[in-house]
Design a protein around this ligand. Sequence first.
Ligand code: ZN
Ligand code: ZN
Length: 275
Amino acid sequence: MKIDYTFHSHTFRCNHAEGDIEDYVSLAIKNGMKIYGVSDHVFLPGVSEPKTRGEYSCLEGYINAFKEAKKKHLNEIEMYLGFECEYASVFEDYYKSLLYEKGFDYLICGQHNGFDENKNYIHLVKNHFRDEIEDLEEYVKEVNNAIRSGLFLYIAHPDLLFISAKEVTPELERLSDELIECAIKNNAVFEINIHGLYRQEKNAPYGNIGYPASYFWKKVAKTNIRVVYGGDYHFLWEVGDKHLEEKLNKFIKECNIKLSDIKEIYKEYRERIKK
Ligand SMILES: [Zn+2]
Ligand SMILES: [Zn+2]
């Protein structure tokens, strides 16, 4: 299988990725990709997290950079404008305004942290350190809220749960089941994260399971949950990288996963979020 789409990619605006939309899209076209969705870490009004996401004031520049690239490459690739969002009830109206007023095509959920009703940051998962079970409980609670909200095309790296785990504990088994059950019930879509394959390799010395976690995906493969992949590109070299593509194919085979049609999923999503 050749990687020929992504609905998950970033830009320099989040301050931990390189390049702008045009840089990535021209590489995607060169590598024969058919669909390129841009989903930088969502800019949040009233929230400043300089290492995680762009300031809210980046919004117009982001939209314009997308429009320019889309116009330039109209006949070469399908492009979609999105954001990768943490679910928090306090932001639900803002997320709706992105879709219904700002012309965004889609949102995906990537639950790296949470926010309370005063927009205060809630720690959920942290690389290299052991996560507290309470944080992971909160992670699952918010991802399941995201699923039930219906606002998201798919759940990016649902198995972020395993980022700091050294082994699959009974708690992680239970929390995986809770995510999977909610996804089955609500017909949600899960993403295997390609950037995670790179991070897993890089973080191997720490001995963490990381993501994608085969324990999780083998379970998913036994259900009817639809599965797609997402590049989650933070670096230009990741676009069209053969090593990552091989790793993805190996992982899919090892977990016995059948990929679903992203075009069908996107179509269904757009129908669903129609007012
Ligand atoms: Zn990122
Ligand atoms: Zn991402």
